[in-house]
Design a protein around this ligand. Structure first.
Ligand code: GLU
Length: 256
């Protein structure tokens, strides 16, 4: 299977913005093992801005764009350093791919992206994708990594996109407010009722929420790719997902 795994900021870092070492080590180990088992993996990783916050010992995410962009530049280095170090332990090679919305909207640039992605996979390399936050202002940005994950999955012709964040999946109501809220295990069509279930609150350090996740689901399903929303606190769930077990909420794109 060709699987795109998107890791949200809340999965990768503690609330301080510093790396969640135990979690990230386990994620890299499981992904390395899945590669060893013959799956092709692409990682879409958030966390650049949060890692910049942590590295420069700031207390919270700034709101002005130049500081966020500067922090992304600092944090992206740190992120890639960590991925390179951890995946190298299992003899896997990573490649950094930074994109903006303008890159994927332009047919020629998008094709270059796709060609590079395919070649990296042929070479057995694990592409690590993030938005090029240092140059991406609102007009040209994808804006959130759930959408970026879907862009990666569609362009890579992946079988599956897994969004790992701080929520188990899509619920019938907001589980933080409504104790009756129930997890929806599978979705075969994005109906207006379903779209209305998305609140908008993301985490403090990340960008996305359920709205961006459902948008990503729509893009994947249209391209025939399945998508799963699951909690990133259990990296080993990736094994269960690869084995076709039911985890989180699965959106069926119809390819499998
Ligand atoms: N590109 C952002 C970062 O690396 C994250 C965007 C998102 O979480 O959706 O900090």
């Amino acid at each position: 299977m060709r699987i795109v795994v998107k890791l949200g900021t809340s999965t990768l870092t503690h609330a301080t913005g510093k790396l969640n070492i135990r979690r990230v080590e386990l994620l890299c180990k499981v992904m390395s093992d899945l590669k060893n088992a013959g799956h092709e993996l692409i990682l879409v990783s958030s966390g650049a801005i949060a890692m910049g916050v942590g590295k420069l010992n700031m207390t919270r995410k700034p709101s002005d764009i130049p500081t966020k962009q500067a922090l992304a530049a600092v944090g992206q280095c740190e992120l890639m350093y960590i991925y390179d170090k951890l995946f190298s332990e299992y003899h896997h090679t990573v490649a950094q791919v930074l994109l903006t919305g303008a890159d994927v909207e332009d047919q020629h640039r998008c094709m270059n992206f796709q060609n590079t992605l395919f070649r990296l996979l042929e070479l057995g390399v694990l592409p690590v994708i993030n938005e090029n936050d240092t140059v991406a202002t609102a007009e040209i940005a994808v804006g959130d990594n759930d959408t970026l994950g879907a862009i990666a999955a569609v362009n890579a012709r992946a079988d599956l996109l897994v969004l790992m964040s701080d929520i188990e999946g899509l619920y019938t109501a907001d589980p933080r407010r409504d104790p009756q809220a129930a997890l929806i295990p599978e979705v075969r069509a994005l109906t207006p009722e379903l779209l209305a279930l998305a609140g908008d609150a993301g985490s403090d350090l990340g960008t996305g929420g359920m709205v961006t996740k459902l948008r990503a689901a729509g893009m994947c399903m249209e391209a025939g790719c399945d998508m799963i929303i699951t909690n990133g606190t259990r990296p080993e769930d990736l094994y269960r997902i690869a084995e076709g077990e039911r985890v989180g909420t699965r959106f069926y794109g119809g390819r499998q």
